[in-house]
Design a protein around this ligand. Sequence first.
Ligand code: C2E
Ligand code: CA
Ligand code: CA
Length: 664
Amino acid sequence: MIELYEKGYIMIQYHALSLGLSIAALLLCVSDLIFTLMDKRTGKPQNRVYIAIMLLLSLNAGCGMATLLTEGIRPEAELARSVLEISRYIYFLTHTLLAPAFFYYISFVVGRSYNWGINFRNRKSMLSFVTQVLPDISVLVMEVIILLNPFLHWTWYYDENLVFHRAWGEFLIYIQAALWIVASFILTMRSWNILSKNRKNSILFCYFLAVLGLVVQLFDARIYAEVLMEAIGFTGVLMYVENEDDRRDVELDVYNRAAFVLDISSALKNKLSMRVLIVRDIHFERTENPVLLGKVDSSALGFQVAEYLGTKIPKYYIYALGHGIFALVLYDQPEESVRTIAQEIAKRFEQPWTVDGEDIYLTASVLIVDVPERAHDADDLLYIAECPIPETAVKPVMEGEDLGWIIRHAAVEEAVTRGLSEGSFEVYYQPTYHTDCSLYGAEALLRMKDRKLGTIYPDEFIPVSEQLGLIDEIDEFVLEQVCGLLATGVPQKQGVGHINVNLSVLECMKEGFADHIIEIVEGYGIEKHHISFEITESVAATDYRHLEEVIEKLKSAGFMFYIDDFGTGYSNISALFSLGADVIKIDKSVLWGAQTDSIGMVLLEGTMRMVKEMHKKTLAEGVETEEQIALLKRLGCDYLQGYYFSKPVSRSEFLEVIGAKATE
Ligand code: C2E
Ligand code: CA
Ligand code: CA
């Protein structure tokens, strides 16, 4: 009698304990749900899985309570049996879904899934079928077994005394849950370094509690610890994973730059490919009301743009990267639809935005970047989002080749900017010859060896330097190098009459340019006729009068003058000849053209004759063969330059080339 009483007493204690645990679990789950809804964290698939998990847990806790209360009372009525059967039924149905839901939750958190777990288009091989579809099917099978339990009793049953019995199916549920949890754990570990510290810790803690609860309940089924443990774990997850304050741009209500870097990194780690639309250079263009200028609330404008972008793709794929720059990440979308979105966005910017009832026009460019083909990582993307785009290259929508060009251009800009201080520039020399092949002079040609980009040719870096306004310094560097070489006296001794330095016309036009040049050359104590300057025909066409003065000044100081690339532009030829150049350099295309057809030959002959009649000397560039030399001799050309004699070479090689020639 006493024994029985004691047994009953212990039973009652178990009941009270489990009931308390279940009530606590229910309260916790409901509060977590309320917090989630209050904060409107419901948009992303990840959020929805979280809500689903909390709902499942609440149901579990509720069913646990119902079971305990009914078991505690144990009336012999039919009602008790029904309550018990139903609450167990719902409990098992929902509990079985928890571990898979957790797995999907983790896969969203680490950026492995961007859509719902089942994505049939990506099921390519048998292996992916096994790893991706089978687990889902096994959950379905489990659910069906539970659904049929009232008839089969494979999972549990109540005997005629209303005593609960487990059947083999319940162990299957445990095994399956364990497998899902191990899989989520592996997933977490594989993405370890893309999770922030708090996120990692809260997920780990959640695992720990879930396993602890499971072990306790497996060990003694009378203690309903599992649900509460999981509820506590998910409260931590709510605080650190669902809470995205550190990822949010509060003002614009999209994600921030840090989130962008993390999300792109995790997507790439998971081998996802995507297209990123970068909407950049968003800036004020005009308004009908000039009084507004400077008073526009730029954050309200930014918010409007963000809101608009949110109508194109879900907001959780939109990131604010900086002032006037947004990135939209599109996973697994066909090229055409991405392009359509880009064009729609570009079109939207033709319409005004309204702030405080005023129309404001903004401009923007949209870049379509394929990842990882065009940009290999988040850094590349940020670079593309921020690198300067030359005004001439700007289009409303840019992609593919355009982008390649912009990226290269920006990289060259960077290289040029650091080039002078890093010593990337080196002056090469290409000798020039008389038609009898004796040495005449040389041309200084700049080369650039950048530590990142390798060798860059002047055709690429000279225009960039001009845009950056660095050409003065660069040409001055060349002049100093040439002066340094001439100051040794060696080239002159070997028969190099003078060295030509290319000038940017932009530079010649500057105030005090001629005096500055003269000062530099005199600083080296070099006779001025040892240096000549070349300006190109096409640029010479800008402001002849001023150019004429500059050239006159330099010529009277003793320098010689060359017109470069003659025959390529459509300049005012009479004005060009009045510039007082000593030598006209016939562009290599004119020489090469003469060999391809008869019109080319007529052009070359005509050009040579015209220059002669103007009493100027001619120098032919691009001489590569003996035939060309014979032809040029026949036409009465004065000087030759080209690969036939030598390519542009470094200073030391140049000294060799002229030394060898001179002693021949
Ligand atoms: P440019 O002044 O017309 O220079 C002649 C170009 O033709 C050089 O190219 C030279 O390497 C190339 N060349 C010479 N002979 C031959 C030949 O027989 N066959 C072929 N295929 N090519 C030949 P580079 O060095 O790449 O220079 C390109 C342009 O960059 C120059 O055209 C010049 O306009 C500009 N540049 C080069 N160095 C400087 C500089 O120091 N300052 C400025 N402002 N411009 C420069
Ligand atoms: Ca030249
Ligand atoms: Ca030339």
